[in-house]
Design a protein around this ligand. Structure first.
Ligand code: FFO
Ligand code: GTP
Ligand code: MG
Length: 458
């Protein structure tokens, strides 16, 4: 395959000890060599070696940077192309200078995810592995990281390939039947096919069962903190984050927008969203905030409903209970350090069996109980990532579901004693759908879309 030579900054932009400019493609080494001054020419050094030297602007002969340069020749590289990594001083100006120089010498600025895309297009990894690379960067907990690492190593790919192999064998036995109808009794073929297809279905169901936990590990539980103004929502957010990120004041309506923060609660990743207090309001800015709060509720996997136990229950509180109808929720009765006015019996009724946590966020009480309740809801059986390769990616889940449907149709056709080639069509479709998970026959539009979500320089 023929590609041009690409370059990008592969480290975060900002001040750091070291930053890396990565170059990949046929001209990577010659481009680097034109700007590098060291003991030897980079075109002559052995592969997978690193070299100390300076970068010089070939036009002005000016020294630009002091660097270490790695030379990695194809095919044993990240992209399977020649790769050069320039390790420079980690400053915004320094690393940009180096990149500009490399671009001037003929490299093109890489698109987000383009290095990984090449690793895929050059056949080093399949699509689900490439998606795993992205998940590695995004992982917010150890468990999520382990799942992603397994995916990069090809655990899921391996299982998908095995399933496809079984399906292709099933299809092949049907082909034999179509070509030589007198050779094999159709009923025998069908029985065999059915057996194989049922096995595949069973494994797909198993994979899908792991998907809920996988999705939680990967994306975090979308958790909305809701409640009337001034009940202590931002205080709750802060206690959980253990960092005063959100602004807390005694002025009702302090939080105007939606604040988001990742926290790791006993291995459960939460995407915590602090919202503006929900009440009828005339203030325009606050109004927008309140609307967003309703939106956040719609997308929440878990709601933390905060009530002020030092006040009587209000109509707004009751309305909030209605708004969370059918949602997973925990009720937090805050401000138990003050005189209690809330009618607990009524809360019990409204909670409908959901956990009720009594807390004083001011005095740091109740947080342990809350964390316990959260982990109990989500990991009742505990998540074990060692033996299961979790399916966590929405695209994979969608394809597995479609493949299962296709298999169900195939099985239905066998029940109805349809001709065997009708059955074959659905089995073939299941085979194709599974193939899309690992990137077979996916169209360019999908690839562009997937890789564009990657970081620049990845
Ligand atoms: N400096 C640097 N560090 C890095 C990366 C990088 O690109 N550069 N990586 C970027 O994400 C990650 C490491 N991932 C990598 C994955 C595969 C290959 C690679 O060269 N694979 C070849 C040869 C393997 C071998 O020598 O056995 C292959 O699979 O054929 C390199 C890095 C994390 N650290
Ligand atoms: N006595 C007491 N005061 C508390 C407790 N928790 C929070 N507060 C106080 O209640 C006030 C409001 O707290 P916030 O966390 O800003 O409340 P909020 O729900 O985010 O308010 P809005 O963003 O305005 O909707 C602050 O003055 C807090 O210090 C508590 O457990 N006991
Ligand atoms: Mg607030």
């Amino acid at each position: 395959m023929e590609f041009d030579t690409i370059a990008a900054i592969s480290t975060p932009v900002g001040e750091g000890a070291i930053a890396i400019v990565r170059i990949s493609g046929e001209d990577a080494i010659s481009i680097a060599d034109r700007i590098f001054c060291g003991k030897e020419s980079l075109t002559e050094v052995p592969t997978h070696t690193i070299h100390y030297g300076f970068l010089e602007d070939p036009k002005t002969k000016e020294r630009v940077e002091e660097v270490m340069v790695s030379v990695l020749r194809a095919p044993k590289t990240f992209t399977r192309e020649d790769v050069v990594e320039i390790n420079c001083h980690g400053g915004v100006v320094s690393v940009n200078r180096v990149l500009q120089l490399v671009l001037r010498e003929g490299a093109r600025l890489a698109e987000p995810g383009e290095f990984t895309k090449r690793a895929f297009l050059n056949g080093r990894i399949d699509l689900s592995q490439a998606e795993g690379v992205m998940d590695l960067i995004r992982a917010k907990t150890d468990k999520a990281m382990n799942v992603a690492l397994q995916q990069v190593e090809g655990r899921l790919s391996h299982r998908i390939r095995r399933l496809r192999q079984t399906l292709i064998e099933a299809i092949a036995s049907v082909e034999v039947n179509i070509d030589y109808p007198e050779y094999d009794a159709e009923s025998v073929t069908l029985a065999k096919l059915k057996e194989q297809v049922i096995d595949v279905r069973e494994e797909i169901v198993q994979l899908l069962r792991s998907a809920r936990e996988g999705k939680i590990l990967r994306e975090g539980i979308q958790t909305a903190i809701v409640g009337r103004p001034n009940v202590g929502k931002s205080s709750l957010m802060n206690s959980l984050v253990q960092e005063n990120k959100a602004i807390v004041t005694d002025i009702p309506g302090t939080t105007r927008d939606v604040l988001e923060e990742y926290v790791n609660i006993r291995g459960v990743p939460l995407r915590l969203v602090d919202t503006a207090g929900i009440r009828e309001t005339e203030d325009i800015v606050e109004k927008i905030g309140v609307e967003r709060s309703h939106q956040v509720l719609k997308e929440a996997d878990l709601v933390l409903l905060v009530l002020n136990s030092a006040e009587e229950l209000t109509k707004e509180d009751e309305a909030l209970f209605q708004a969370i109808e059918g949602l997973e929720a925990i009720i937090v009765l805050n401000k138990i350090d003050l005189d209690q006015k809330i009618e607990e019996k009524r809360i019990q009724e409204l909670a409908q069996g959901r956990p009720i946590i009594r807390a004083s966020l001011l005095k740091d009480e109740g947080i342990d109980e809350l964390e316990e309740a959260i982990s109990r809801i989500f990991f009742e059986q505990g998540v074990e990532t060692t033996e299961m390769s979790y399916v966590s990616n929405a695209r994979h889940i969608g394809l597995l579901e479609k493949a299962k449907e296709a298999i169900d149709e195939a099985l239905h056709s066998t029940e109805m004693e349809m001709p065997v080639d009708v059955v074959q069509i659905d089995v073939t479709r299941a085979w194709e759908l599974l193939g899309e998970i690992i990137g077979e026959n996916v169209h360019d539009g999908l690839l562009d879309q997937l890789f564009s979500q990657f970081c620049l320089g990845k």
